[in-house]
Design a protein around this ligand. Structure first.
Ligand code: ARG
Length: 489
């Protein structure tokens, strides 16, 4: 996946995994320098530090943490809770820390637990007392809830752009193949002919809904927990509307207890990704099936297939198979977080620190899947003849024949269905397609059948006749594509 896609929330530097990482944690944990250590005489045990620390993963929140701190400090100064000189030092210090993190200069230490304390500790190192004033009227509880909402919002915006790419790729291919005939299936049995354009546009509709579902999620999560403090709000004269506004939130969250303990925004994001990953897996599965020799509908591009180490003739659809599989992790993340949150009393509990990893991982996986799927759709090489041949097999126009009997002979559909069954049986006995059956053979079953029945028996005629709204006729597909294009622009 390109850097561009992940840029808003990748980890610029990972320097916690050095070989003496454990030693560093153990030493730091036992020197009593924790930020909350005022009433503690001994430091935490090394194992306590180990289980408590989230820095290994929540360092990904550094940008949002600094953004949140800047907004908080700006508000504190405007409300005369800190001085303008302190604000200036805080803003400059935070910018410097951002640069240090991005250049990989930050040293991570499990004793400092999480990204919030790392940034704050470094700020105090850089600017002293002014840095120590930043946490006035704030708690890590509202801080982390704010950071995580900002991160999820950024992830949603990245994914929205990726959806745009996938939708455009599907449209391009649907337009190219608007009238290519292929079999439509029910129960994976050939049912009626459809067009490839129509089939691709079905996925367009799914991903369009997924995208709008994700935007609904964004709208609901875009409220600011900042200023809820630990759980009860604060006695300082803060301005939560101002910080909400500075951070691009629509409003401050209405209830401080809810603000620090809600994680339904993250669960909702994972639900959106799970549903969409299911759609991706269905499309991926069709690519796998269609690329098999038994179907032969597609030739996989070199870019999205691999060879076999033993069978030189093989071309394996690995990317599609992996997209089909990744849904397991994404649904697992959703389920995992639901279980973490189940039964938690208000307000914050440390359990909630377990919210980030599943979301980070699921977002990474999902972005990768969307990007790979877009690449595969761009490279799609359908085989026109194989698709059309398969569309003609299995008497796929039998419904058209029955419809003709209803329309031309005014038969009730059930009777037409019965007669058609007998005609299909005759074609099956003669081992030919319906359109190749003689008029006499059909008249032996239903004497009123006339020559013009042959007009409806070809797969091309069949798809062209399906002009009901949302049906597969190439004209419908073209107009769906035009509507979709307007939608996207
Ligand atoms: N690292 C913590 C988390 O991710 C931050 C909040 C800690 N709050 C606390 N009261 N210990 O949830």
């Amino acid at each position: 996946m390109s850097d561009k896609h992940l840029n808003s929330h990748t980890d610029p530097e990972n320097n916690t995994h050095s070989s003496d990482d454990m030693a560093l944690r153990h030493n730091s944990a036992s020197d009593g320098q924790t930020m909350w250590g005022g009433r503690f005489s001994g430091g935490p045990s090394a194992i306590m530090a180990e289980i408590n620390a989230s820095i290994d993963f929540d360092k990904r929140l550094y940008r949002e943490d600094i953004q949140g701190s800047k907004a908080h400090a700006t508000m504190l100064a405007k409300q005369n809770i800190i001085s303008d000189a302190d604000l200036k030092a805080i803003l400059e210090g935070l910018d410097q820390i951002k640069g240090e993190i991005e250049r990989g200069e930050m040293t991570y230490d499990a004793a400092l637990e999480d990204i919030h304390m790392h940034v704050e500790a470094r700020l105090r190192e850089l600017i002293g007392d002014a840095g120590a004033r930043l946490h006035t009227a704030r708690s890590r509880n509202d801080q982390v809830a704010t950071d995580f909402r900002l991160w999820c919002r950024g992830a949603i915006d990245t994914i929205d752009t990726l959806y745009d790419g996938l939708l455009r790729s599907l449209l391009t291919q649907a337009e190219k193949h608007a009238d290519w005939v292929m079999p439509g299936f029910t129960h994976l049995q050939t049912a009626q002919p459809v067009t490839l354009g129509h089939h691709l546009m079905a996925y367009f509709e799914m991903f369009k809904r997924d995208r709008s579902r994700l935007n609904d999620c964004r709208n609901r999560l875009n409220e600011s927990p900042l200023g809820a403090a630990a759980l009860a709000g604060t006695g300082f004269d803060i301005d939560r509307h101002m910080t909400a506004n500075l951070l691009g939130f629509d409003a401050p969250m209405a209830n401080s207890l809810d603000a620090v303990s809600a994680r339904d925004f993250a669960i909702e994001l994972l639900s959106c990704l799970s549903i969409s990953a299911v759609h991706l897996s269905r499309l991926a599965d069709e690519i796998v099936l269609w690329a098999s020799a038994a179907f032969g509908f597609l030739t996989l591009s070199d870019a999205f297939s691999t060879g076999s180490s033993i069978m030189p003739q093989k071309r394996n659809p690995d990317a599609a198979e992996l997209i089909r599989a990744k849904v397991g992790r994404i649904m697992g993340a959703q389920n995992g977080l639901l279980v973490v949150m189940k039964g938690l009393p208000l307000a914050y509990s440390k359990d909630m620190q377990e919210d980030k990893e599943p979301v980070f991982k699921a977002v990474d996986d999902f972005e990768l899947c969307l990007t790979a799927m877009t690449g595969m759709i761009d490279d799609l090489k359908p085989n026109k003849d194989e698709m059309a041949t398969a569309a003609r097999a299995s008497f796929s126009t039998a419904t058209d024949l029955a419809d003709w009997l209803v329309r031309e002979l005014n038969l009730p559909f059930r009777d037409a269905h019965h007669i058609t069954g007998a005609i299909v049986k005759e074609a099956e006995n003669q081992n030919i397609e319906l359109k190749d059956l003689s008029l006499e053979a059909m008249q032996a079953i239903e004497p009123r059948v006339s020559e013009n029945i042959f007009d409806v028996l070809s797969v091309e005629a069949s798809v062209q006749s399906r002009t009901s709204f949302g049906g597969t006729s190439p004209l419908n597909v073209q107009s769906a594509i035009q509507t979709a294009k307007k939608d996207l622009s």
